[in-house]
Design a protein around this ligand. Structure first.
Ligand SMILES: Cc1ncc(C[n+]2csc(CCOP(=O)(O)OP(=O)(O)O)c2C)c(N)n1
Ligand SMILES: [Mg+2]
Length: 204
């Protein structure tokens, strides 16, 4: 079973310079520990249930941009279950440039490891039934995840990948940045730099 940091490293490598919406604190801190702070990463601190809807809006807004560009949403199982209605909106609007990767540890890890309903929900079946272009459960090992990410980056979406990950919780640094600053930094990157470049814009 892959750890979440291992999965995050593979996701960053596959979409190194694409807009990437990251769910909640634990996943965000682990991504920061693995690849550092990047302007193409939108850190949606504590916005449980919102990342897929945020990614949908971004994907729709970016549909006219460079071919091949993808908006990637990295979601947790608990947060996706909270924002479940966005699955139907994505299936209805079908943005071709949207990839959702659900890192499914089966629990609300951040609040003590209580089990989520994910164990009894066929997320791939739900996404397909909602009209997503495709969805897959991915074996929790490096090559399978790498291959699935590669496929998702080259296939018309919306695409959902469900990746089981372990429940270990590595010690990470605090990340106490103001969400207003985070959103502006990401917006600046989108507008002024854009996909393909991950230099952080100059502070203003
Ligand atoms: C609306 C709302 N309710 C509760 C919380 C508290 N909370 C933060 S993370 C979390 C668990 C999220 O579960 P999951 O998406 O599976 O991520 P994991 O904890 O497994 O990393 C909860 C309940 C919150 N941030 N927002
Ligand atoms: Mg979880």
């Amino acid at each position: 079973m892959l750890s979440r940091p291992e999965a995050l490293e593979l996701i960053d490598a596959a979409f190194a310079a694409q807009p990437l919406v990251l769910t909640l604190g634990g996943t965000i801190r682990e991504m920061l520990a693995v690849v550092g702070r990047k302007p193409n990463h939108l850190y949606s601190l504590d916005a449980m249930g919102q990342p897929l809807a945020i990614g949908l809006g971004l994907a729709l807004g970016m549909e006219g941009r460079a071919r091949g560009e993808r908006v990637v949403v990295v979601e947790g199982d608990g947060s996706l279950l909270m924002g479940f209605s966005a699955l139907s909106t994505v299936g209805h609007l079908r943005p071709r440039n949207l990839v959702a990767v659900v890192l499914d540890n089966g629990v609300y890890l951040a609040t003590g490891g209580q089990p989520t309903a994910a164990a009894s929900v066929d997320l791939v079946g739900v996404a397909r039934a909602c009209g997503w272009a495709d969805a897959r459960v991915v074996a929790s090992e490096v090559e399978a995840v790498r291959e699935a990410l590669q496929w998702a980056s080259a296939t018309d979406g919306p695409i959902l990948l469900r990746v089981p990950v372990g429940t270990e919780q590595p010690t990470t640094d605090f990340f106490l940045e103001d969400p207003v600053v985070l959103a502006r930094e990401f917006g600046d990157w989108l507008q002024n730099t854009g996909a393909g470049d991950t230099k952080r814009p100059a502070a203003r």
